[in-house]
Design a protein around this ligand. Sequence first.
Ligand code: ATP
Length: 313
Amino acid sequence: MSLAVESRGVTVRVPGKINLELVVGPLREDSYHELATIYHAVGIYDYVTAIEAESWSVEVTGATAEGVPANGTNLALKAAKMLARRFGVEGAVALSIDKNIPVAGGMAGGSADAAAALVACEALWELQLTRDELEPIAAKLGSDVPFLLHGGTAIGSGRGERLAPVLARGELHWVLWVSPEAGLSTPQVYAECDRLREAAGIEVGDPTPSGALVAALRTMHPGEVGAALRNDLQEAAISLRPVLSEVLEAGTTLGAQGAIVSGSGPTVVFLVGTQAEAIDLSVGLAARGPAGDIRRATGPVAGAQVIQSVSPT
Ligand code: ATP
């Protein structure tokens, strides 16, 4: 039996990302930093539904909905409007977001919802666009949005929006520590990174991804990948949120093969070898680590995907 519906609607599932490597280069004239990063999409998902409507709207529900704007500043709504303007679509959509990705957690949740809204509206309006054709709009919305259209594991350069795929076969098991406090503001973490560098007299050149991580990703050996993880924003995130160094130490002591702050933080991710090890580490962290929400995920996973499409019956 199927339920009768009055309007057409499309639901898209979109993952969060972590950065296996984030090399932060110099500040550019447009006030972004030049980056070399390796993005990795992990199986923690938001669900974005776009339904044909008379006027634009967005509602946000789900485990991490608190603090996400349900107005015109919501990145998913901005994405839908930008796509409509670019392709001369007359109608509007009502968006609903079921949020599970931590907010302001360094996992690009807002960018993920924007990518999902582009994919949902493209399908709803039957624009026949490829992911590559959606990329320029995605890049305008935010540096991480193009990656979330594709998912997987990819090198990002420029301010992160220029992508090249990485050969990475197999699966990695991750344990995530999600902060119980409010997230960290990305611009503030970059500013702290600049401040710490200036105070230490460090000047940086053009960023390049490390060969060691790219090589480790070919075999996906957790010990090798774990040893090659790098995040230039980690020190800045710890400086703003000192508990993160305790979190990193707790996971390492409990046997994680790699431990790193994700993006601008404060989410911390631990790499382990198997699902059983992921369960052991989550139990250990919950019992002995600093208070936080402990989650498990595998990666890489696909980017924004249509999972349901309904028409009036
Ligand atoms: P990044 O890793 O890309 O820097 P983040 O994961 O640290 O981002 P987000 O979860 O994307 O941070 O949230 C950043 C801010 O964006 C939030 O504080 C929120 O006010 C705003 N925002 C706008 N739209 C959304 C959305 N759909 N989901 C989450 N946050 C949103």
